[in-house]
Design a protein around this ligand. Structure first.
Ligand SMILES: [Zn+2]
Length: 268
């Protein structure tokens, strides 16, 4: 009974809050499985504004600006299953190992997050239990189901990055981000380099690693899936026209990559 009482006291989501997991095309036939860890910037009602000004809560520190519009369209164009997370990364970052300092950040870039200071172990656990875990359990179960059904499964983790971070401008339009996969990032980079109008980042603006990432190491590498991360610069996908153009470009490239993977029998 004591445990039940503690759980109820630390319940995070309640009436008026939306579920954390957003999905498109769960029955999609494509070998690609799209994820979006920083898709939304919703705050649970119980957390108010986390003590952060509204104009900060629309910045990149709260979510991956523009990626939702790209991800939804790309899922439709490729007939691909998308699993995305709607709550702000300021509540709990779904691409950080739980327990990492940046999982529930007290500072993001140069912005303090007062609502994340001095929170209890129970509050911390509630964010993990009610937001982080449903999202990652859904990805894990989806991959398990697909592998059980012997369906080819290629993980693509979608992100966007701010054009200027801590005063430093970033020249890349798009980057492939990876660690242990030796197949898909190189194929993707080959196709991106063939687009003459693009400045392409090879593990820029950052590389994937086990301390600062979760989705690719846990769902891609540990499950033995061909995988890559993608980062698109946010000013390019700030409006619907940019989101549509980038979804169309990526749909075209991924259709070609699928044929190459099948020809190499890396997907069949
Ligand atoms: Zn992101």
């Amino acid at each position: 009974m004591a445990l039940d009482t503690a759980d109820a006291a630390d319940q995070l989501l309640g009436e008026g809050d939306i579920p954390p997991v957003h999905e498109v095309n769960a029955a999609g036939a494509s070998p690609f499985l799209l994820t979006s860890d920083h898709y939304g910037r919703v705050l649970p009602r119980a957390l108010g504004d986390l003590g952060v000004a509204e104009n900060e809560l629309t910045r990149h520190i709260a979510w991956d600006i523009g990626i939702a519009g790209v991800a939804d369209r790309l899922a439709e164009m490729l007939d691909t299953h998308l699993i995305a997370q709607r709550y702000s990364r300021l509540v709990i970052d779904c691409n950080r190992p739980p327990g990492a300092v940046s999982s529930i950040p007290v500072m993001s870039e140069a912005t303090a997050i007062p609502g994340n200071e001095a929170i209890s172990a129970g509050e911390r656990a509630a964010r993990r239990r009610e937001i982080f875990e449903p999202y990652h359990h859904r990805i894990d179960a989806t991959i398990g189901r697909r592998l059980h059904d012997k369906r080819p499964t290629v993980l693509v983790s979608l992100h966007s990055f701010t054009p200027v971070y801590a005063g430093v401008e970033r020249p890349w339009h798009i980057g492939a981000l990876y660690n242990r996969d030796t197949v898909l990032p190189q194929l993707l980079l080959k196709h991106l380099h063939a687009e003459s109008d693009l400045v392409v980042g090879d593990n820029e603006p950052y590389a994937v690693n086990d301390l600062t990432d979760y989705t690719i190491p846990v769902h891609g590498e540990a499950r033995g899936l061909v995988n890559t991360g993608i980062e698109i610069r946010q000013d390019l996908i700030a409006d619907q026209s940019g989101q549509r153009q980038w979804a169309e470009r990526l749909a075209r490239i991924f259709a070609e990559i699928e044929m190459e993977l099948r020809a190499e029998r890396l997907v069949d």
